[in-house]
Design a protein around this ligand. Structure first.
Ligand code: HEC
Length: 245
């Protein structure tokens, strides 16, 4: 989205958004770009503050972890594996410290093809960022609802959580990507790759599965047992209708 106007154009394409925005912010809200953009941001922020959006009722919140998920949580927090160095699980508990990192995620050849072979420099693409030290870095994402938000990483290169964890475990040890049957493909940007706590974790296969079980315990009750994007979209549009009432 290159500009505020283009964001507004996108919203205008959906009549139910237009109707809702006008009912909350006034019939003339779309006549001024800056006002419309502020109103859209306000609507999203208001929604994000509701318990509907952030119920904090996943198994991890209600202390309903299976034995495997508990072992996974212990690994996740341990000095040895240390996922929490970036996916901070203290305080507001959204599993990110909001920092930017380059994990050396493999190139997604299909995506690169669609993008005319452009290389995604991550944080460095931001016009306000002028430092090559930021090339290849992406924000540490939240892990809430991660089990229902495949594919993974900024370029969607991994289809399953097991692959993600295996990547962390074996990036630097000649591991095999189970989705391609080949060693991990090279990174999009090789500068600034994170070496600590990523790439050679010495996890057994069973320990990888425990971490996956832990990641699966981060799903809100409303998305549990939802296995595809259409079902998730169904839940979201239900929430949306509820908010309009
Ligand atoms: C050095 C910081 C760091 C550490 C340590 C780390 N992560 Fe991450 N994690 C990130 C970043 C940054 C991304 C996004 C990378 C990208 O898209 O290029 C990410 C992405 C992920 C994703 C995919 C998120 C999505 O929405 O696609 C999962 C799952 C994940 N991490 C789990 C873990 C687990 C499990 C561990 C421990 C084994 C771990 N991470 C350790 C920084 C870290």
């Amino acid at each position: 989205m290159p500009s505020e106007a283009s964001v507004i154009m996108r919203v205008l394409q959906n009549q139910s958004y237009v109707t809702a925005m006008q009912s909350f912010y006034g019939a003339t809200i779309f006549q001024n770009t800056a006002n419309a953009y502020t109103a859209i941001a306000d609507a999203i922020a208001t929604f994000e503050r509701t318990a509907v959006f952030a119920p904090f009722d996943a198994d991890v919140d209600t202390n309903n972890l299976s034995a495997s998920a508990l072992r996974g949580q212990t690994l996740f927090r341990s000095n040895r594996i240390n996922c929490v160095r970036c996916h901070d699980d203290r305080g507001d508990n959204v599993f990110t410290d909001f920092s930017y990192r380059n994990l050396g995620v493999p190139i997604n050849l299909e995506v690169r093809e669609i993008n005319n072979h452009a290389i995604d420099l991550g944080l460095r693409e931001n016009p306000a960022v002028n430092n090559r030290r930021e090339e290849g870095k992406f924000k540490v994402p939240t892990l809430r609802n991660i089990a229902v938000t495949a594919p993974y990483m900024h370029n969607g290169v991994f289809a399953t959580l097991k692959t993600v964890v295996h990547f962390y475990n074996t990036r630097d040890t000649g591991g095999i990507n189970p989705e391609t049957g080949q060693v991990w493909r090279g990174a999009e940007v090789t500068r600034n790759i994170e070496r600590n706590d990523v790439g050679n974790l010495g996890l057994s296969n069973a320990e990888e599965d425990d971490i996956v079980a832990f990641l699966e315990s981060l799903t809100d009750a409303q998305y549990k047992n939802k296995t595809n994007n259409a079902e998730i979209a169904g839940v979201l549009s239900g929430i949306y209708m509820l908010l309009l009432e």
